[in-house]
Write a protein that binds this ligand. Structure first.
Ligand SMILES: *Cc1c(COP(=O)(O)O)cnc(C)c1O
Length: 416
């Protein structure tokens, strides 16, 4: 049977009673533990850990990580602005984006670092800031992700400058007097550690072509096990060969490169959960299924519908009977795709789970909901208001609301 990760039944019930459901709950203790593990990533000549903030951009989380010495990877100009509003120093933010905004010069003037992610972005940067330092994101030619939607390297991916265009990059840099000081690659979320290591070595080959590069940023993508059947990445094991490769590179070239990594998932996936209430139990007859309906779903956790991702579901009963039953857990949207217990990797495949017997009014906790959940919900679908976020203090009991529940008025406020 699935277990609660950081909540206790008592805390879950108390939060549900005091602020209602659905609600995201994050654990400060777990956030701190993951950040400490990332900061211990093997490295030869220095390490910067950037939190890929798109995974969980709440200001309270950004502040906590910033206070622990993490820097930030922003995926849009708005994310960079959001981090600065949370008090993150601009110089701790690096922007790698599919859409370099019109206002990028303002960000640069404040100190935000830019990784040009296309030849055109590099041109635009060079025209505005000739004679300065800049980073470049390459597509190293191979990618790996938990699924096709999260693989962002290789010939089928639009992310970064194709590695064969290093000559064009050098030519644009020369034209504008730019110094390419950072090379950045990120090949996908949930990537295979072996492929990650291989592409990291490919990235070192790219660094050889740019003598002024002092930092190699190898992106994120480190897998975590959200459910028992999944296998997480051991950062120590994953990073050791890369550290050795940096040492080897220094021996060959005399260049001691600084390493950057950009975990999103690793830092937050298992540090968050969604607290929901069972609203109904229905079935489709003797040969059918038993469905648990909850007051949440794709409005809070879209990943199952997008990727067939797996989130543990833990029933917290009001009156435990000790009995279990096979259930299909579905969300509250009028959409058959709002299915929580989908088959792994198959958003439409129904995979019943054996859970603690549940009745309307019981709580159901969706685990593994810290990354790409509050950040990536199908917000306001069926006009459900955005759920609140709460941060559980390190003692595991005290908590504070870090985003209030949205109101219907707020959903409507821009309608004219
Ligand atoms: C999304 C993203 C990351 C983080 O990926 P995870 O799989 O969540 O670790 C890192 N770097 C860049 C550039 C990204 O776009």
């Amino acid at each position: 049977m699935e277990q609660l990760r950081f909540l206790t039944p008592e805390t879950a019930r108390r939060i549900a009673a005091e602020i209602g459901t659905p609600a995201y709950v994050y654990s400060e203790a777990a956030l701190r533990a993951q950040a400490a593990a990332a900061l211990a990533f093997p490295n030869a000549y220095g390490l910067t850990v950037r939190f890929a903030m798109k995974a969980c951009p709440n200001a309270a989380v950004l502040k906590l990580f910033s206070s622990m010495g993490l820097h930030f990877d922003a995926s849009s100009g708005f994310e960079a602005l959001r981090a600065m509003r949370a008090g993150v120093p601009a110089a701790s933010i690096s922007l790698s984006t599919q859409e370099l905004p019109e206002f990028f010069p303002d960000l640069v003037k404040q100190g935000v670092l830019i990784n040009a992610c296309s030849l055109r972005q590099l041109e635009r940067y060079g025209e505005k800031f000739p004679g300065t330092e800049v980073g470049v994101r390459f597509n190293p030619g191979a990618g790996s992700g938990a699924n096709g939607k999260t693989n962002v390297g290789g010939p089928d991916s639009s992310f970064g400058i194709w590695h064969e265009y290093a000559g064009e990059v050098a030519a644009i840099a020369k034209k504008h007097g730019l110094r390419i000081v950072r090379i950045h690659t990120h090949i996908g979320s949930g990537s295979d550690p072996v492929v990650w290591q291989k592409t990291s070595l490919l990235s070192l080959e790219l660094v050889k072509k740019f003598p002024e590069v002092t930092t190699l940023d190898l992106g994120g993508g480190f897998k975590v096990a959200r459910v028992a059947a999944e296998k997480g990445t051991d950062l120590q094991k994953c990073g050791a060969p890369i550290r050795d490769a940096f040492v080897q590179f220094a021996a060959e070239t005399g260049r001691k490169l600084k390493l950057e990594i950009e975990p999103g998932t690793f830092l937050v996936a298992n540090t968050g959960a969604v607290l929901t209430t069972v609203t109904d139990v229905v079935d489709t007859g003797a040969a059918g299924r038993v469905f648990l309906k909850i007051d949440s779903g794709m409005t809070e956790v879209l990943r199952p519908s997008l990727y067939g991702s797996q989130h543990a579901t833990v029933v917290v009963p009001q009156k435990p009977t000790g009995a279990t039953r096979d259930y299909v857990v579905v969300g509250h949207c009028c959409e058959s795709g709002d299915l929580v217990t989908c088959a792994p990797g198959d958003p439409e495949g129904i995979a019943p789970r054996t859970l603690t017997e549940a009745a309307p009014g019981d709580l159901l906790v969706m685990e593994g909901a810290g990354a790409y959940c509050a950040a990536m919900s199908s917000k306001n679908y069926n006009s459900f208001p955005e759920a609140p976020e709460v941060l559980l203090a390190s003692d595991g009991a005290a908590y504070r609301v870090i985003r209030r529940r949205q109101t219907l008025e707020q959903i409507l406020q821009n309608e004219v």
